[in-house]
Design a protein around this ligand. Structure first.
Ligand code: HEC
Length: 277
């Protein structure tokens, strides 16, 4: 503790030299210098620690995605096989599952900010994709909207604003994924899979548009794009490689029988329980 009336530090050496070092007086009178390491009393410590604990709890509880494993874990991350060991391919998934998984990522990265986590929009500036005639309709029209953005009237005849193009940097697999996802999620139940082959075709069609570089309009969509994208349809239950999205049936058939291939199709509901009389 410092005594307010104490003289400045410069006077201390004088005192020290007046009395021989180690003298009892020195030991008794020696002041503990304040160096910032003094013990502070218990009450402030308790209060500060308590407040910090509360704050930490609050952050953990309301931290949202920042602290969740889901946001740290990279979906689609493939661990390299150590040299000398045999690479085990990821178990195949049904085409619908695999494309949907890819689409979910695209939706969360690109569409969710405007169309919302439930794809229902906000009713005023962003339209709903649930039950949308253009999202669920002809695939070429839907693809043109995603790749180029949209302005003017939408499928329900209303104008919400301008949707900026979303195709920049998008791979065919991602375009195929997002289209498949929107058509089969959020209450949409088209049941079809838009393949990467179809998405590639869409990208070519988009690049060849007369108004390339501008958002599409209802007029252009109706005049030029009410079509199904070319490409071989793939059955939703076809097994594909979850990374390349390429069918793996041939490989799976020749591979030695291992574990049963998971979830080839949604299992039909078990036969109804016999009625008890
Ligand atoms: C920056 C905001 C924004 C983003 C991001 C966005 N959209 Fe849009 N979207 C809009 C707006 C605004 C409209 C309405 C445009 C209009 O009024 O002409 C719209 C319209 C649509 C429509 C037309 C709906 C109909 O029924 O006619 C579809 C389909 C669509 N968006 C799909 C998507 C998909 C898929 C993604 C993600 C790849 C996406 N949008 C990303 C803002 C956005």
């Amino acid at each position: 503790m410092s005594v307010p009336s104490e003289p400045a530090d410069s006077s201390q050496p004088a005192v020290a030299t007046a009395v021989p070092p180690g003298h009892a007086v020195v030991a008794r009178e020696k002041q503990i210098p304040e160096n910032g390491n003094e013990i502070i009393s218990l009450w402030p410590t308790t209060i500060i620690c308590g407040a910090l604990l509360l704050l930490a709890g609050f952050i953990l509880d309301y931290g949202g995605d920042h602290l969740s494993y889901g946001s740290l874990f990279r979906e689609g991350y493939v661990r390299r096989t150590p040299p000398g060991s045999v690479a085990t391919p990821l178990p195949p998934k049904t085409a619908l599952e695999a494309y949907m998984a890819r689409g979910k990522k695209v939706f969360e990265g690109k569409c969710i900010t405007c169309h919302g986590p439930d794809a229902k929009g906000n009713g005023s500036t962003y339209p709903s994709l649930v039950g949308s005639a253009w999202a669920n309709g002809e695939t070429e029209r839907f693809a043109m909207i995603i790749l180029n953005g949209l302005q003017g009237k939408i499928s329900n005849g209303r104008i919400y604003g301008v949707m900026p193009p979303q195709g920049i940097g998008m791979t065919p697999e991602e375009l195929a994924g997002i289209m498949t996802y929107v058509r089969n999620y959020f209450g949409n139940t088209k049941g079809d899979v838009i393949t990467s082959e179809m998405a590639k075709a869409a990208m070519k069609i988009s690049a060849a548009r007369k108004n390339a570089g501008q958002s599409v309009t209802a007029e252009e969509l109706t005049a030029d794009h009410v079509k199904a994208l070319p490409g071989n349809p793939v059955d939703a239950t076809t097994l594909v490689d979850p990374l390349t999205l390429e069918p793996v049936q041939a490989a799976a058939a020749t591979a030695p029988a291992k574990a049963p291939v998971p979830g080839a199709a949604v299992a039909p509901a078990a036969s109804p329980a016999p009625k008890t009389p």
